[in-house]
Write a protein that binds this ligand. Structure first.
Ligand SMILES: N[C@@H](CCC(=O)N[C@@H](CS)C(=O)NCC(=O)O)C(=O)O
Length: 252
């Protein structure tokens, strides 16, 4: 284990599923941290000061990490290895490759699809962006919402057509995971929970709202009907059930 004794600074947007990915890894290995949640846009004051742009950012002693994947690897190494990434080369390669797929083919699409539904409800967005951020930021959120909604729509290229395509991509990744789980395995790679399971479960969270997820999420009853019914459908797939189980059994 590392020698740094003071808690790491963990800079987040509490709603973010990439932050949940890193948070889960830190919790899993028991690396002490203090989370500093920020409202979208205001997070940049904290991330740019630490040589980053996006969240999550982890500042642990002299080490600054500006990517959730780097935080997972750091957490594993801090624990002495073999916690999220098995030492065996073949398993490690399989996990790396699955993680890359989820980061590229699931993460951005789950976010775009979820925002395509949530951004339409200004009251809901105000509430989600105000939770678990400093009070002075929460007070600014109502002023921020109109401009931030436009920036997010542009930045993540959210239109009805792209949101539909993103939903297709989510379903496709879920189908691939369904196939992998078909032989009755309990984890995606090898016979132990790994970074591949953690990454899939956290990046799928905006499409499943798993109970036990520590990212800020709306309650199912508050989201538009079209979103709710799709989440319920996805929860019934083998991949969806798998994620709900991982949150129950492994998020702890
Ligand atoms: N590759 C990055 C991606 C993280 C990411 O896309 N974070 C989003 C929140 S989900 C973000 O910070 N968006 C605000 C921005 O781009 O400034 C990672 O895995 O850490």
């Amino acid at each position: 284990m590392g020698l740094t004794s003071s808690p790491a600074r963990f800079i987040t947007i509490p709603l973010s599923h990439y932050c949940e990915r890193a948070r889960w890894a830190l919790d899993r290995v028991g690396l002490p941290y203090r989370e500093e949640g920020h409202a979208p846009l205001l997070h940049r004051l904290a991330t740019t000061r630490n040589a980053g742009r996006t969240v999550p950012v982890l500042v642990h002693g002299e080490t600054r990490l500006i990517d959730s994947g780097a935080i997972l690897r750091h957490a594993d190494a801090w624990r002495g290895g073999d916690a999220l990434y098995p030492a065996e080369d073949a398993l490690r390669r399989e996990i790396d490759s699955l993680e890359e797929d989820f980061v590229l083919a699931l993460g951005p699409h789950a976010r775009r699809w979820a925002y395509s539904h949530l951004l339409g409800d200004a009251g809901l967005i105000r509430d989600l962006w105000s939770r678990e951020v400093p009070p002075h930021e929460a007070r600014i959120v109502p002023l921020l919402v109109p401009i931030a909604r436009r920036i997010i729509r542009m930045g993540y290229r959210i239109t009805p057509a792209t949101a539909e395509r993103s939903l297709d991509r989510i379903r496709q990744v879920f189908r691939e995971v369904d196939v992998r789980l078909h032989d009755g395995r309990r984890t995606l790679v090898g016979d132990r929970f790994s970074a591949a399971d953690l990454t899939f479960a956290s990046l799928a969270a905006p499409a499943l709202f798993p109970s036990g997820c520590r990212a800020v999420l709306p309650s199912l009853s508050d989201v538009p009907e079209a979103m709710r019914s799709e989440i319920l459908r996805l929860r019934e797939t083998a991949a969806g059930e798998f994620v709900l189980r991982l949150y129950r059994e492994e998020r702890g």
